[in-house]
Ligand binder design. Structure first.
Ligand SMILES: [Zn+2]
Length: 201
C-alpha cells in the first residue's frame, strides 16, 4: 500500500507491482501512464488481459497454449508428427520455433519434476506423453527440457518410462551451457543444439 494515492490507484499499483521485473517505482509510473491515457486505450489493455485468460486454453494433444482445441502446430499437416520435441513450458516452444529449424511437433510438460517443491510426475503431462507414444506412429522423442538438474532428471525419468517401447530418444546437444534455461539461449546456440542432438543415455 502506498500512501498519498486513492484506494483505486493503489490497487492498480499493487497489481502492476506483482508483475515480474516491475518494482514499486515502475508500477507507479505505469499506473500514472494508464491514468493519463485515453479511456479506449486503457480499456483495450484491460480487455487484452481479460481475453488472454478467458480465450487461451491448452491444446488437447500437446498442451501448448491454444485458442482452439488443437493448436496451429498440431493442425499443421506439413509437420513431421513422427518426431515429438518435449519441452517444459509453452515459452520454450516459442524459443525453439524462432530458430526456424523445427519441423516436428511438441509436447509441453507443464514444468519439471521437483519433489522438494511438491511437483511429482502426476502434476505434469507425462502420462499424456506416454499415451501419445504408445498410440504409435512416433519414431523419435527429442528431449528439450532445460539443461539443469531438474530438467535432466525429468528427461531421464520419461526416458525410463519409454525405454521398453524401443523409440529413439535424443536430447539437444550440450552447446547449451549446463544449468541454463532454453529461454535465455541464443538462436545460434539453439540451432546448433537442435542439429547436433544426441541420444539420451
Ligand atoms: Zn498442439
Amino acid at each position: 500500500m502506498t500512501t498519498g494515492y486513492t484506494e483505486t490507484v493503489n490497487k492498480l499499483i499493487d497489481e502492476l507491482a506483482k508483475l515480474p521485473g516491475i518494482g514499486q517505482k515502475t508500477a507507479e509510473r505505469l499506473a500514472f501512464h494508464i491514468l493519463k491515457s485515453k479511456p479506449a486505450e486503457a480499456l483495450e489493455l484491460a480487455q487484452a488481459i481479460s481475453d488472454v485468460k478467458t480465450k487461451i486454453k491448452q491444446c488437447k494433444v500437446c498442451f501448448n497454449f491454444s485458442e482452439t482445441e488443437l493448436c496451429p502446430i498440431c493442425l499443421d499437416t506439413r509437420r513431421d508428427k513422427t518426431r515429438i520435441c518435449v519441452v517444459e513450458q509453452p515459452k520454450d516452444v516459442i524459443v525453439l520455433e524462432k530458430t526456424g529449424q523445427c519441423k516436428w511437433v511438441y509436447h509441453v510438460l507443464g514444468g519439471h519434476i521437483a519433489p522438494l517443491e511438491g511437483i511429482e510426475p502426476d502434476n505434469l503431462t507425462i502420462d499424456k506423453l506416454v499415451e501419445r507414444v504408445k498410440a504409435g506412429g512416433v519414431e523419435e522423442l527429442i528431449m528439450a527440457t532445460n539443461p539443469n538438474l531438474l530438467g535432466d532428471g525429468t528427461s531421464l525419468y520419461i526416458s525410463s518410462l519409454l525405454k521398453s517401447t524401443g523409440i529413439k530418444i535424443t536430447r539437444l546437444a550440450r552447446g547449451l551451457a549446463t544449468g541454463t534455461t532454453l529461454e535465455y539461449a541464443s538462436g545460434k546456440m539453439l540451432t546448433d543444439a537442435i542439429t547436433s542432438r544426441q541420444p539420451l543415455e
